[in-house]
Design a protein around this ligand. Structure first.
Ligand SMILES: Nc1ncnc2c1ncn2[C@@H]1O[C@H](COP(=O)(O)OP(=O)(O)OP(=O)(O)O)[C@@H](O)[C@H]1O
Ligand SMILES: [Mg+2]
Length: 422
């Protein structure tokens, strides 16, 4: 179990850079809160709806969350949350009326969740200068929270792309319509190019005359790094099977034209309850709904928060059934001394669980789908040749077996039934 992230009591934290690795979970991240950004090429596809509900879900799981409305010029998250009209907003930060972003954080009524409102009216907030944007990016890491969720506007302006690239995890949202998929691909291409340009200072756009991976110098380590980045996707207003089709299409485009990969984090169904929650200015996850889009959102949160469910076990803020289930699950895992890890495979995110059955037994391995269904199970007795070969101490055996199965899954030596993962 990874170490706990910062909870509301301000204890030590860790965070994540990719879905499944524990959100707020992985190494190689600068100090400060974990930052997730939600972007996507097209307007009206549900970025704000999903950002708001992820923020509510993470706060309910015990994280101190700040939702930042960075839809520069079209800010409306206060309405999504049913908050009173903000008295301060990002425009005040750009105009230097306040010194820190913490000065802008307002209560949302959801325990553990604050909002930094955007500024729908001011020109300064709609089009901040380069230096103002750079300052905003620097200050994101100074926000007092364990997780900052940045909701971006539509389009591919440099401000939007740079904020997206500044996040530890940039989640791309789309809906399953062809025009949205097209815009989504343009967005992915733009963030990739812009990321390269910012890091290297070289204008790649001018050099680009065809597919990115064939135009750019493949021996350039910056190019390799940018193209090796996997892009996490959320498909909104779609069922699981439909989402798989979208991911296949986008995955094909990304491979062919960029040389990079996309990963499906999850999908959220089209649901009248989602529309109603927005009309009522109350986040869906605060409305008591537990099925449909609400269940999909809960699943997304569990996946993104990953191994840090331990935080929920120690600091639950709500007794909703999903959170309680996660708490029970993580307690059970700790008691059984199982090793559990989320793995990002080519077509799915799964959980690999390795349980030590005791000295007389062996190892019990399970691979679980995002919904918790076992799609692979195997018991390996300690008399198995594997353990003779590695000649490890009894304490070391579960970890080494876990690593061996993980490698076999990643290289495709163990194949999972694709139909059960869909
Ligand atoms: N899962 C869903 N089921 C049904 N309706 C949805 C769902 N998600 C979003 N919507 C509808 O889509 C509308 C647009 O959502 P939202 O404002 O979150 O999009 P957006 O991508 O943030 O748009 P913009 O780019 O303009 O900021 C919502 O008002 C709601 O009516
Ligand atoms: Mg929006």
């Amino acid at each position: 179990m990874p170490p706990p992230p910062q909870r509301t009591d301000g204890s030590a934290q860790q965070r994540a850079t990719s879905p499944g690795s524990g959100p707020i979970g992985a190494a190689n991240r600068p100090e400060g809160p974990a930052i997730w950004a939600l972007g996507g090429g097209k307007g009206g596809i549900g970025k704000s709806f999903i950002a708001t509900n992820l923020a509510v879900g993470a706060a309910r799981a015990g994280y101190r969350v700040v939702l930042l409305d960075a839809d520069l010029g079209g800010a409306n998250l206060d309405t999504f949350l049913g908050c009173p009209r903000p008295t301060v907003s990002l425009g005040d930060f750009f105009r230097k009326n306040v010194a820190t972003l913490d000065d802008l954080a307002m209560d949302t009524g959801v325990p553990g969740l604050s909002l930094i409102a955007g500024d729908a009216d001011s020109l300064a907030a709609a089009a901040p200068h380069h230096s103002q944007k750079e300052k905003l990016i620097r200050h994101l890491r100074k926000i007092s929270a364990s997780l900052v969720i940045v909701d971006l506007g539509a389009g591919t302006s440099f401000n939007t792309l740079d904020l997206f690239n500044a996040a530890d995890m940039g989640l791309v949202v789309t809906v399953p319509e062809p025009t949205a998929i097209q815009n989504c691909f343009s967005f992915i291409k733009s963030v990739t190019l812009r990321g390269l340009e910012r890091r290297s200072g070289v204008k790649r756009r001018e050099a680009m005359v065809g597919p990115l991976n064939r135009t750019l110098d493949p021996s350039d380590p910056e190019v390799q790094r940018a193209l090796a980045k996997r892009i996490p996707l959320i498909i909104n207003r779609a069922r699981a099977a439909q989402a798989q089709t979208v991911v296949r299409t986008l995955g094909g485009l990304a491979r062919r034209f960029l040389g990079s990969q996309v990963d499906l984090v999850g999908s959220v169904r089209d649901d009248p309850a989602a529309r109603k929650s927005i009309q009522q200015m109350r986040p869906l996850l605060e409305s008591g709904a537990a099925d449909g889009a609400a269940a999909d959102l809960q699943r997304l949160i569990r996946l993104l928060i990953g191994g840090d469910q331990a935080a929920a076990a120690t600091a639950p803020t709500a007794a909703d059934p999903q959170t309680t289930a996660a708490v029970e699950e993580s307690k059970a895992i700790e008691e059984s001394k199982a090793i559990e890890e989320r793995l990002q495979l080519e077509h799915a995110v799964v959980r690999l669980r390795t349980e030590d059955l005791g000295s007389g037994g062996g190892i019990f391995t399970q691979v679980l789908s995002p919904e918790g269904r076992a799609v692979f199970s195997r018991a390996t007795p300690y008399t198995d040749p594997f353990f003779q070969r590695i000649s490890a101490s009894p304490e070391e055996r579960p970890r080494l077996h876990h690593l061996a199965i993980k490698r076999a899954l990643s290289t495709g030596r163990i194949q999972l039934p694709a139909r059960q993962l869909a």
